[in-house]
Design a binder for this molecule. Structure first.
Ligand SMILES: *[C@@H]1O[C@H](CO)[C@@H](O)[C@H](O)[C@H]1NC(C)=O
Ligand SMILES: *[C@@H]1O[C@H](CO)[C@@H](O)[C@H](O)[C@H]1NC(C)=O
Ligand SMILES: [Cu+2]
Length: 231
């Protein structure tokens, strides 16, 4: 009986863990959601919703090592608002970030390797004496603007939420992410920078990645990765 009870508890806690996880399966363009895994490459966690935890893994880039997923490329306009849907919602504390990388030609089939990624958006916490508040908490969609001066062309666009509820030791942070494919029209002549690679942009011990967010209450927070390119 004791054995049965404890295995019930193990199953129950495993289910609630999975329920707490999430993924980013589709883009929202001109206010309309595209199909799941149509313009976004299907990630390894499309069923489990589980995170990447090794920042040195190739999966920290697009999380497709098991699916080798292809996607089609969606048209967007520079200066417009684009979103990623969250399935089901962002249920852990931590920062949300969006990066882009310009494909040498077509986004389809390009692996996004090299120092090609620049950050276009981030949602940092607000800090107070009673604790950190994360504006991404509970969101079912992350919206951001494609910079107006971004050169026209095809890009990978990588959304990420880093869950840091149990990140006080290295490897405790959970990276939820996926990569969409977009063809940017009506762009400008900006030069996105700084450029980083995935893996490479993060270390497991970065101050925004290895952190106890509860005690003592942090008085500052360093966003992971490079500065946002504001176009
Ligand atoms: C994101 O944009 C959609 C419209 O596409 C809007 O309905 C939604 O409220 C926005 N969400 C946030 C968190 O800004
Ligand atoms: C994107 O725009 C190009 C150029 O106008 C067009 O040829 C292509 O069919 C469009 N793709 C989609 C998926 O709508
Ligand atoms: Cu979770």
């Amino acid at each position: 009986m004791k054995l049965v009870l404890s295995s019930v508890l193990v199953v129950a806690s495993a289910v609630s863990q999975v329920a707490a996880h999430y993924k980013f399966p589709s883009l929202v363009i001109n206010g309309a959601k595209t199909g799941d895994w149509v313009n976004v490459r299907m990630t390894n966690n499309h069923y489990s919703n589980g995170p990447v935890t090794d920042v040195t893994s190739s999966d920290i880039r697009c999380y497709t090592s098991e699916t080798n997923a292809a996607a089609t490329t969606a048209n967007v306009t520079a200066g417009s608002t684009v979103g990623f849907t969250v399935d089901a919602s962002i249920s852990h504390p931590g920062p949300a970030l969006v990066y882009m990388a310009k494909a040498p030609s077509q986004a389809a089939g390009w692996d996004g390797s090299g120092a090609v990624w620049f950050k276009i958006f981030e949602m940092p916490p607000t800090l107070s004496a009673s604790g950190m508040t994360w504006p991404s908490s509970g969101l079912t969609q992350i919206n951001f603007t494609i910079p107006k001066s971004l050169p026209s062309g095809q890009y990978l666009i990588r959304v990420e939420h880093i869950a840091i509820h149990s990140a006080s030791s290295a490897g405790g942070a959970q990276f939820y992410l996926s990569c969409g494919q977009v063809n940017v029209a009506n762009g400008g002549s900006g030069s996105p920078s700084p450029l980083v690679s995935f893996p490479g942009a993060y270390k497991a011990t970065d101050p925004g990645i290895m952190i106890n967010i509860y005690y003592p209450v942090p008085t500052s927070y360093t966003m992971p990765g490079p500065a946002v390119w504001r176009g």
